[in-house]
Design a protein around this ligand. Structure first.
Ligand code: ZN
Ligand code: ZN
Ligand code: ZN
Length: 351
């Protein structure tokens, strides 16, 4: 029996316990110097105590501390975690336990302990960062760095049910790298070599299996299993699923791809790629260059509206250059142009 339990095992135990043990609601996570204060409120249900899960990333949460349940539903309980390293990122969750098992994780928080004045507020992070389908048995995951050892007092837990199958049964190809068997990897909808773990997708044009690392344009979100994306023939700044024909573009923060059909305002025409247009106050702007405003043309399409000429419009760049060269004007810091001889008549540019 592993000394520490992973969050997904906690979830599996929870399913067995049929909802009797409910996770508390975390109300506040307040980082301090080498410490963090966590408070939560109890939800109705049978609870013996709480377990603080802590780790340097969501995949490495381990039991940090066990706390006896001392509150009524709706009341607030607060603890302090000490001996943390200033400047290190930690993830924390609080679950409840009872003899029936452990609760699910209802929220996950990220915080960085630091000296006073360097504190940042803790942030709630999406639960989908938790590795639900990972299968890690036993120890081997290092505890987060602590200045002093902490006493672990984990509750004995029921053996978790066997993990769901991760691979499809059928061998679809032989790995080009190691001659291992390539099968469908169920949770990511990709094919994978069982031996070397290289991931594959099936090309639509010739049904060949291609390692995903060789793809230059990524993989789709529309097909199961996933298919390679290709540059759209009509517009190489966007991508197209080679199987379904669905069009994609990149998110401006480079966090992934998005289906163009799902964008409310369409895509920009001002960048190297076409990024989603988004609403910014009263304007529709390019999400990559938010100063670029788009307006709707008579056909209802969003088109880039060139910026209004600034005041001082009509200033002739050649004329400024000539004035600077002749010493009749100087460029002040900040790009301000100052004329030395304001009475000198302006010469017109020959054209
Ligand atoms: Zn292989
Ligand atoms: Zn697709
Ligand atoms: Zn743009």
């Amino acid at each position: 029996m592993p000394e520490d339990i992973r969050p997904w095992q906690a979830q599996q135990s929870f399913q067995k316990a049929a909802g009797a043990v409910k996770a508390p609601l975390i109300m506040e996570v307040v980082p301090g110097s080498g410490s963090c204060q966590i408070s939560w409120t109890k939800r109705p249900g049978i609870i013996e105590g709480y377990i603080i899960l802590l780790g340097p990333d969501p995949a490495q949460l381990i039991d940090e501390m066990q706390v006896k349940d001392e509150i009524l539903p709706g009341e607030r309980q607060t603890i302090n975690l000490n001996c943390l390293f200033n400047g290190q990122t930690y993830f924390v969750a609080v679950i409840a336990f009872a003899s029936g098992g452990r609760s699910e994780i209802s929220s996950l928080w990220k915080f960085v302990p630091n000296q006073s004045l360097l504190h940042r507020k803790a942030e709630k992070v999406p639960l989908n960062l938790l590795p639900r389908n990972s299968v890690v048995q036993g120890g081997g995951v290092p505890a987060p760095a602590r200045q002093e050892p902490v006493l672990h007092t984990p509750k004995p837990i029921p053996t978790p049910p066997p993990p769901p199958p991760r691979y499809g049964p059928e061998v679809v190809a032989i790995c080009g790298g190691c001659r291992g068997e390539v099968v469908l990897k169920i949770e990511r909808r990709l094919y994978v070599c069982r031996t070397c773990q290289v991931e594959y997708v099936q090309r639509a044009s010739d049904d060949k299996f291609i390692p995903t690392r060789l793809l230059t344009d990524g993989i789709c979100l529309c097909c199961e299993p996933r298919r390679p994306l290709v540059k759209a023939p009509a517009d190489e700044k966007i991508l197209k699923c080679s199987k379904s024909g669905e069009f994609y573009t990149r998110k401006a923060d480079q966090s992934g791809l998005v289906k163009i059909s799902e964008l409310e305002y369409g895509i920009c025409s001002c960048c190297v790629f076409r990024y989603p247009l988004v609403r910014n106050g009263n304007n529709i702007v390019c999400s990559n260059q938010p100063t670029r405003i788009y307006i709707r043309n008579s056909a209802g399409q969003w088109i880039f509206k060139p910026p209004e000429p600034e005041s001082g419009a009509g200033v002739d760049i050649d004329e400024i250059d000539r004035a600077l060269a002749e010493g009749s004007a100087v460029m002040l810091p900040g790009g301000v142009l100052s004329t030395n001889s304001p009475r000198r008549p302006r010469r017109r540019r020959r054209s």
